[in-house]
Design a protein around this ligand. Sequence first.
Ligand SMILES: Nc1ncnc2c1ncn2[C@@H]1O[C@H](COP(=O)(O)OP(=O)(O)OP(=O)(O)O)[C@@H](O)[C@H]1O
Ligand SMILES: [Mg+2]
Length: 422
Amino acid sequence: MNAPFQARAGLRDPFTAFVCDDSTADMLRPVAVEHGWSPEKVNKGGLRNAVQSLSVSASPTILFVDLSESADPLNDINALAEVCEPGTVVIAAGQVNDVRLYRDLVASGIHDYLLKPFTVDQLRDTFAHAQSILSGPRGEAQADKPHVLTAVIGVRGGVGASTIATSLAWLMGEKSHRSTALLDLDVHFGTGALALDLEPGRGLTDAIENPSRIDGLFIERAMIRANERLSVLSAEAPLHQPLVTDGTAFFQLQEEMKNAFESTVLDLPRQMLIQYPHMVHDAHVAVVVSELTLAATRDTIRVLAWIKSNAPQTKVIVAANRVPSGGALEISKKDFEQSIERDVDIIFPEDRKVAAQAAKLGKPMAEIASGKMSAPFTQLSNMVLSHASDDGATAESKVATGGKSLVDNLKSMLAKPKDKAA
Ligand SMILES: Nc1ncnc2c1ncn2[C@@H]1O[C@H](COP(=O)(O)OP(=O)(O)OP(=O)(O)O)[C@@H](O)[C@H]1O
Ligand SMILES: [Mg+2]
């Protein structure tokens, strides 16, 4: 039953709606006008009328149909499919709050199911999404671009992991033309929404409280759109509310994002590795964000070892952030690399001006950065994509095999303070 609603859009009415009640009609008409569609295309009569009408006339490009008066929505949708021409994007609305029904409707080729009562913003979002489907060959794009999951992990607080995660997600959307989700798992102190000048909403908190609600429809509703190709799920959970979850919600969110987007960037607080180790299992790439300090060196060693034993298939990119110019380094790059027994892949210089500008404008640092500061961001997104598409040897193969243990190496360094200077 999928075929009738898929494929191309031809020359036809852009929009027709069949609704059961006045309030739905009253909400639809102005939104139709906003899209340049005739408000007269909002008909009363629901699904039955839609089937009758479409059996004798051409199908519109976008069809809105109200299932409220339908006793057997799934069966009736299938009847609609019989009379509906290929290329129509069908949006259904109804009062039945049942995930199984939603799944069955989607399997029947329905684009979306709006649960009544819905808001005018939800309606707009659904239309916007329907239009994006019509303007781009989504199915082909997804086949071309297998999903890429990247986890960004800061080895210590404040090293700039969220800055890099937000920028990477933005680059994936803007430069690599991938529909991208940024999932900020710092539930209390996350900055994913703040950094993009957005309100985080309740989506992530709802997901944690009610993991069974997480499905494609939930993702579409809960994710906050930053731009056409970037959506964010972030939270500012109240500080009196401890994080109570066995991690099911996070796993479920990852799964649904895999279906809904071409790439997902996880901003993963390092404590999460301990609490929910499975979060990294499916990541194609882990970006380990560090800085050139002794404490960060110790923790880079530990995080790299953790990834090696818990997610050996995940390719690792080590990024040193906030690297000051001049000689103000706590530990040199060379000593850092020797201690972690591998190369640093990317160096992000310390640039307070760009960081402040990005924060003030509510834009990702990668968008503001130019020249010396923009090169590492481009390098990062290129590396992520090339690692994800390369199933050969992992980046771990770069790790040198020294005789001493990783921590021994660091200890010997700490014992020689004169070697620390850059
Ligand atoms: N390369 C940089 N140059 C200057 N400032 C930077 C740079 N990268 C990040 N910052 C700044 O560092 C601060 C901390 O960044 P961010 O919140 O991304 O760190 P984090 O590792 O996610 O912290 P947390 O441990 O709280 O999650 C921010 O004010 C950010 O603007
Ligand atoms: Mg952070």
